[in-house]
Ligand binder design. Structure first.
Ligand code: BGC
Length: 687
């Protein structure tokens, strides 16, 4: 029997109450003793999915109740936040994006999903593809930074890694692109806060990663907590139906964020839970992720009886959920092999991938030549993160265990010092400092995005020793690193690198691996620069330090400390001979940008060659530059390579005031370089 027929036959047998049950998701509190009622609801077929069950025995137990004890035997969706690993912890997504290697992200997502799948999870709440332009917001750590093009690439890769080609192959699961949409634009960088932006910004900047996820076949999307332009996302028909389904072509299931459905009332958008349920389902929400209040469960049946929600609307939502369960193969077999669940986690090949990912996820910010460490130097370690396993894992670490993590001290086997006096016998001190994982992630907005004072005091103290100082900074957001960079002879930066962190640092510090990460956010030089991002508009008074009447601050520099795309290597790269295959292309043509890159240093190294474009004159003001392509290449010491990057002129457009996507003729600057600030350029004229 084919899928449509199977689902039709099943739905023909379902009562309205059972249908509503499929749209109801409960938390894992069902395993609390005081929550017995959850099991009754489950037996009555009134719960279609659960959140946070990541235990194979419990998963099997719950599936058994759903399949054997409910009237229709419909298996459960079991959702879990597999953000950067299930048990094997990979680098946090933000820092993994420093690799500019989406295929790496595809592989780590796939490996994480394999572990989760073996443990009974069937729905992964990732990837997070919100654009983050404000370092105060704590959730940038889950995404891929400030750039739309790069985030879109990572969105596609991560969706493909989670879902594979076949959801029922036992290794891949349903992905969930989140949080729809504009969540990172919360005012003041304060989590859950209102976002208000022009429609053009929404379409140009925030929607494309979701389009990319939809095109990659993402099966589910999570609606965000906040209100955007006057409507809570979870109750917005404009966002969930007109845009997501209408314009982006999504035909999977939409789930609310945890409690974001009942919060529609708290936003002041609906009067009652009943009104909320009606508003949300009519807006296009399919599944309510409940957090204490169950607006669908408590109201939808009556709303259908009263004709305020059509049965067709209800059926559409139920069908999407059942199709997902069908495609996941849950009707054939909802159970997982308990023995295999433990066997499949933390495999040597998964650990090897975690190490590869960790090495690629680090950015060298400064180096006066002290790195890589010479063989004969005497090195000591310092800092609160030098031997702290938990900090290696980072936030949202799933089932990652601190005991699985390797610290720098363990990998390097070096002495740890804590004051300048202790440093006497050493030539180089490496301080592992930064922002603890407890300071980033959900709800962790900070007004003061700096390294905690105790860590800075240690750096100042170590500096007194007069020894060479290397600062290795771990952080979950763009931190203000001005002072630490001044005090240090070399600086490495990354987010939490996961269970293989120590080994990755060892490889980089000793030069066994040449760092090649590039920042995916602009790093401020002072706190008050937030929000900031490289692809801002030119303004009518672009900042010029010497001229007062230009767009800048009177008490701080306008320049960031490090620009988007920045990252050093143990070698140097020199760019020359930038050319394009056609300087007068027609709209719709594809052209090739080519540039010669020479490795002028003594180490083989990988470089991310970045292509930025500026539309010089347009019918709406356009960004100073926008990333439109890049290529990561290995260039042996002393060699030169010609790098060719295809540029589709269709991608040089934008949404105009009438919200039409247009590519306009005229001049475009084409920039090729090692960061968004250091490039050579040429020009094309689009006919
Ligand atoms: C977060 C989501 C997450 C959900 C379930 C929410 O608080 O915003 O990203 O998927 O919880 O854990």
């Amino acid at each position: 029997m084919n899928k449509q027929q199977f689902i039709k036959d099943l739905m023909d047998k379902m009562t309205v109450r059972e249908k509503v049950g499929q749209l109801n998701q409960c938390g894992n509190s069902i395993y609390n003793d005081d929550y017995k009622v959850g099991w009754d609801l489950l037996r009555e077929g009134r719960i279609g999915s659960f959140l946070g069950i990541a235990d194979v025995e419990r998963a099997n137990e719950m599936q058994k109740v759903a399949v054997e004890e409910t009237r229709l035997g419909i298996p459960l969706l079991l959702g879990y936040d597999v953000i950067h690993g299930f048990r094997t912890t990979f680098p946090v997504p933000w820092t993994e994006s420093f690799s500019w290697d989406p295929d790496l992200a595809r592989k780590t997502a796939e490996a994480s999903t394999m572990e989760a799948a073996a443990n009974g999870v069937n729905w992964v709440y990732a990837p997070m593809i919100d654009i983050t332009r404000d370092p105060r917001w704590g959730r940038g750590v889950e995404g891929a930074g400030e750039d739309t093009y790069l985030t879109s690439q990572f969105a596609e890769a991560r969706v493909k890694g989670i879902q594979g080609d076949d959801l029922s192959d036992g290794k891949h699961l349903a992905a969930c692109a989140k949080h729809f949409v504009g969540y990172g634009a919360c005012m003041g960088g304060r989590d859950y806060n209102t976002a208000d932006m022009s429609e053009q910004t929404l379409f140009d900047v925030y929607l494309p990663p979701f389009k990319s996820a939809v095109d990659a076949g993402v099966r589910t999307v999570m609606s965000a907590f906040h209100d955007l332009n006057g409507e809570p996302c979870t109750g917005s028909k404009y966002l969930l139906t007109d845009i997501l389904r209408g314009k982006l072509g999504f035909n999977g299931a939409v789930i609310s964020d945890a409690g974001s459905c009942d919060q529609i009332k708290i936003h002041g958008f609906t009067e009652s839970d009943r009104d909320t349920a009606k508003t949300a389902i009519n807006a296009g929400l399919d599944v309510e992720m409940c957090f204490g209040i169950f607006t669908f469960q408590d109201n939808l049946e009556q709303l259908v009886a009263d004709g305020e929600v059509s049965e067709e609307m209800l059926d559409n939502a139920v069908r999407r959920v059942l199709e997902l369960k069908y495609d996941l193969g849950l009707f054939q077999n909802p159970y997982k092999d308990i023995e295999k669940a433990e066997e499949i986690v933390n495999l040597p090949e998964t650990r090897a991938l975690a190490l590869e990912a960790a090495k690629k996820s680090v950015v060298l910010l400064k180096n006066d030549g002290i790195l890589p460490l010479k063989k004969n130097v005497k090195v000591a370690l310092a800092g609160p993160f030098a031997d702290n396993r938990r900090e290696m894992l980072g936030c949202w670490a799933g089932l990652g265990k601190a005991e699985d993590a390797i610290t720098p001290a363990e990998a390097l086997g070096m002495h740890i010092v804590s004051s300048s006096e202790d440093c006497a016998d050493f030539d180089v001190i490496i301080a592992f400092i930064g922002e603890p994982e407890s300071m980033n992630g959900e709800g962790k907005s900070r007004t003061n995005n700096v390294i905690p004072e105790e860590h800075m005091e240690l750096v100042r103290e170590l500096k007194k020793s007069g020894k060479k100082l290397v600062s290795v900074i771990i952080g979950g957001r763009p931190l203000v690193l001005t002072e630490v960079c001044e005090l240090s002879d070399a600086v490495l930066f990354s987010g939490a690198l996961g269970c293989e962190a120590g080994n990755a640092y060892k490889a980089i510090l000793t030069g066994e691996y040449n760092p090649c990460g590039k920042l995916v956010n602009t790093f401020p030089s002072v706190v008050g620069q937030a929000p900031l991002f490289y692809n801002e508009n030119n303004t009518g008074k672009p900042p010029v330090e010497e001229f007062f009447w230009t767009s800048k601050y009177i008490d701080a520099p306008i320049k960031p400390l490090f620009p988007f795309g920045y990252g050093l290597s143990y070698t140097n790269f020199e760019y020359s001979d930038l050319s394009v295959s056609d300087i007068n292309p027609k709209i719709g043509d594809k052209i090739t940008v080519s540039v010669r890159v020479k490795n002028t240093g003594n180490y083989d190294g990988e470089e991310v060659v970045q292509i930025y474009v500026r539309d010089v004159v347009a019918s709406v003001t356009r960004p100073k530059k926008e990333l439109k392509g890049y290529k990561k290449i290995m260039i042996p010491a002393g060699e030169t390579k010609t790098v060719e990057i295809e540029l589709d002129t269709n991608t040089l457009g934008f949404y105009n005031r009438s919200l039409e996507y247009v590519v306009e003729k005229g001049d475009f600057r084409i920039m090729a370089g090692t960061s968004s600030e250091k490039y050579i350029e040429t020009k094309i004229t689009l006919k």
